[in-house]
Design a protein around this ligand. Structure first.
Ligand SMILES: [Fe+2]
Ligand SMILES: [Fe+2]
Length: 292
């Protein structure tokens, strides 16, 4: 199988099992290097895009099992879109450096692991994938994916970067409620997403022009109404970006960025859950568990 055939399969085959097909260890040589831009993925009827707004449960309400299931459903949707869009990038950027393309394949494999982790845990909470409407927030950015660099700026520096904040926040809140299994899942994903942001940064930093800094370059790659607000969670944890090797000045600029869409951090919940006081790492979870 060629990488392009594999990518088409992930994108166009309709079922969840298709999207979970792992990448091969060896590939047939690619012969055609024409970029292919697929406008939308194949999805079976229970996985179609929806414009219905679904509210994600508040952190304070994650003591309820059903709310944990709903939250994981939301995150699982992100993983599915990530699988599809990294496959999309393999087709759209056939001449990208081999190291970048191999990085996309590795990312796809890890996003598939994340999706499976969420699917299994959700099921234990009584929620199946497709039970709730599926938004297509990542797919909506297709118009911004003109170049490999802008793809990396939106998908990795922004969405996967924001996911570092979210994965930490949820790991800490699940742990607060004594759900160490789900907390551990969030940390596994957190560690992988650090690698994903790193991979994206490599594609992005490589293209920074001499007379520009990282932040200005990033701003030049994203298009309004998409703003840097998308690159952070409602609570910004700058240490997580340092772990991903982000440029310190970029980390600061992102921290001070605000716009009319900036959400208010719920300070009560930040205090209640002790959010952001420490960054939880896998294998070190036990030493950081709050005493409850
Ligand atoms: Fe992921
Ligand atoms: Fe990722």
């Amino acid at each position: 199988m060629k990488i392009s055939q594999y990518a088409k399969h992930l994108l166009l085959a309709p079922n969840l099992e298709d999207k979970l097909m792992p990448p091969s260890r060896r590939w047939d040589e690619e012969t055609d290097f024409t970029p292919i831009r697929i406008e939308s993925p194949g999805r079976s009827s229970n996985l179609l895009f929806s414009d219905k707004k679904v509210k994600i449960p508040r952190l304070e309400h994650l003591n309820l099992i059903s709310n944990r299931g709903l939250s994981l459903h939301h995150f699982a949707n992100h993983e599915l879109m990530a699988i599809e869009l990294f496959a999309w990038a393999l087709l759209a950027f056939p001449s990208a450096p081999k190291s970048v393309r191999n990085g996309f394949l590795k990312t796809i494999e890890e996003e598939q692991t994340h999706l499976k982790l969420y699917l299994d845990r959700m099921r234990e909470f009584g929620v199946n994938f497709g039970d709730l409407p599926l938004n297509y927030i990542f797919w909506k950015q297709l118009g911004q994916f003109g170049t490999l660099e802008s793809f990396a700026a939106v998908m990795s520096v922004s969405f996967e970067g924001a996911n570092l904040d979210y994965a930490q926040v949820y790991a800490q809140v699940f742990s607060y409620f004594g759900d160490n299994v789900t907390s551990e899942i969030m940390l596994t994903i957190f560690e992988d997403e650090i690698k994903h942001v790193k991979r994206g940064l490599r594609a992005f930093e490589h293209s920074v022009p001499e007379n520009k800094n990282h932040w200005e370059h990033y701003l030049s790659l994203i298009q309004f109404p998409f703003t840097p607000r998308r690159a952070k969670g409602y609570l910004y944890l700058p240490e997580t970006r340092a772990l991903a090797g982000m440029n310190p000045e970029f980390i600061r600029s992102l921290g001070s960025y605000e716009d009319e869409y900036t959400g208010r951090v719920n300070l009560e919940s930040v205090k209640k859950f002790g959010l952001g006081e420490t960054i939880l790492r896998k294998n070190r979870l036990d030493s950081h568990l709050p005493k409850v």
